[in-house]
Design a protein around this ligand. Structure first.
Ligand SMILES: *Cc1c(COP(=O)(O)O)cnc(C)c1O
Length: 413
């Protein structure tokens, strides 16, 4: 790449078809926000919508709102809006619970769909909560199933006829490395196993093609690139062909065929609805729905185009401006093999990130030594990349990070 300049990047902003979307978000002055992969910024429409749901629907219309304002339909209505972002049909997705809980539900269902098989196969460095859920499930089943792990590049060869389900996170939360969803899904199916994809670091920024790949099950997070707000409802996907075979392990009334008959016998709803459990978190659902509408308006293909360009640019800027400053770029250079954040390794990554945050460059840190810079294409400008890297260079050159205050770990990193 030719030498990058701030003026050159400002020209790209002037031509950027997505530039206007920045005004659809609340972004504080003086902040360069690189944590959209951790907590997406607040869409203005979500702020307005939540206020309206609180004041009018909850405050005035009260319990009537379940029908009058479609509260009861939120999980499936929002699922249908999410579907095009992940290559699913409208009737294959629901918004519900947290990612961890959805993983538990669908893993337990997957094991039931493959009787006689006892292995859950995952990547050794999958996201911790995903590991914990698998460990908890094997405990619950008194050792009737086991978790097998393999390194990312060895997953396909680790699939055999004992494997009931392969579960992987498509985009790695540390490095942004992306699995080949089609290849892994094919290999699993050739061995009679199911596949469950965690799309937490994909949804809203990487176009996913679940049905194009023949995927069986998926889950994902609502508060990262989807910008659904802190603790936003997560989502789950069950391919249509499997839906009526699912025996829900958390058989709650929202997944009942007729919740308001108040029968004491559980009868699962048809289709995706049986994967719901309890009452939806209406206020959080309202924020998530407004956020997904913004992403849908921008278009996932266009978001990906800008994301790829910005990640390339950020990496090139780090090489150009910080080439001699003890940083290792661990995110893959190959655009087809990565999601939308850049991970930089530095032996003192934690205090360096603290120093950056104190200067308005808000990224985050993942132990032991990775600084992450999330690229959310609807809220970042190309010049923000320049400004952030300039501050990174200044912090590293002047060793501004090297203080006891920045080394001291906060509860959330
Ligand atoms: C963020 C994330 C989660 C979050 O799980 P919650 O239950 O919503 O807290 C789970 N898995 C992966 C891979 C994630 O990146």
């Amino acid at each position: 790449m030719a030498n990058l300049t701030r003026a050159g990047l400002a020209e790209r902003d002037a031509r950027d078809p997505l530039a206007g979307f920045r005004d659809d978000f609340v972004l504080p002055d003086g902040v360069l926000y690189f944590a959209g992969n951790s907590l997406g910024a607040l869409p203005r429409s979500a702020e307005t919508r939540v206020a309206e749901v609180v004041a009018r629907e909850w405050g005035q219309d009260l319990v009537r709102s379940w029908n009058a304002h479609g509260w009861i339909d939120m999980p499936l209505r929002i699922g249908a809006k999410l579907a095009p972002l992940i290559g699913a049909h409208a009737n294959e997705v629901a918004a519900a619970d947290s990612t961890s809980v959805n993983l538990f539900k669908l893993l337990a269902s997957a094991l039931k769909l493959r009787p006689g098989r006892n292995v859950i196969l995952t990547e050794d460095l999958n996201f911790p909560t995903d590991h914990y859920i698998m460990q908890g499930l094997t405990q619950l089943l008194n050792g009737k199933c086991e978790v097998r792990t393999a390194p990312a590049e060895k997953i396909i060869e680790a699939i055999d006829k004992q494997v009931a389900v392969v579960t992987l996170t498509e985009v790695d939360y540390r490095t942004a490395r992306m699995h080949d969803m089609a290849a892994v899904t094919r290999a699993a199916h050739e061995n009679g196993a199911l596949v469950l994809w965690d799309l937490s670091h994909s949804a809203g920024v990487v176009p996913v093609d679940l049905n194009g790949c023949g995927a069986d099950l998926a889950i994902g997070c609502g508060y990262k690139y989807l910008s659904g707000g802190p603790g936003a409802p997560a989502f789950l996907f069950v391919a249509e062909r499997l839906q009526d075979e699912i025996v829900p392990p958390l058989a709650g009334w929202m997944g009942h065929a007729a919740p308001f008959e108040f029968s004491t016998d559980y009868r699962p709803a048809d289709g995706i609805a049986r994967n719901l459990c309890g009452t939806p978190a209406v206020l959080s659902m309202a924020a998530l729905e407004a956020a997904i509408d913004v992403i849908g308006k921008a278009g996932i293909a266009e978001i990906r185009r800008k994301s790829v360009e910005m990640v390339d640019t950020f990496i090139a800027l780090v090489e150009q401006e910080c080439g001699s400053l003890d940083l290792e770029i661990v995110t893959p250079r190959d655009t087809d093999l990565r999601g939308s954040h850049v991970a930089l390794r530095h032996a003192d990554g934690y205090p360096v990130m603290r120093a950056l945050i104190a200067r308005g460059v808000v990224g985050d840190f993942r132990a032991p030594d990775l600084m992450r810079f999330g690229i959310a294409p609807l809220t970042l400008r190309h010049t923000d990349l320049w400004d952030a890297v300039a501050i990174l260079r200044e912090v590293l050159e002047g060793r501004a990070w090297d203080t006891p205050e920045y080394r001291n770990r906060a509860a959330v990193t």
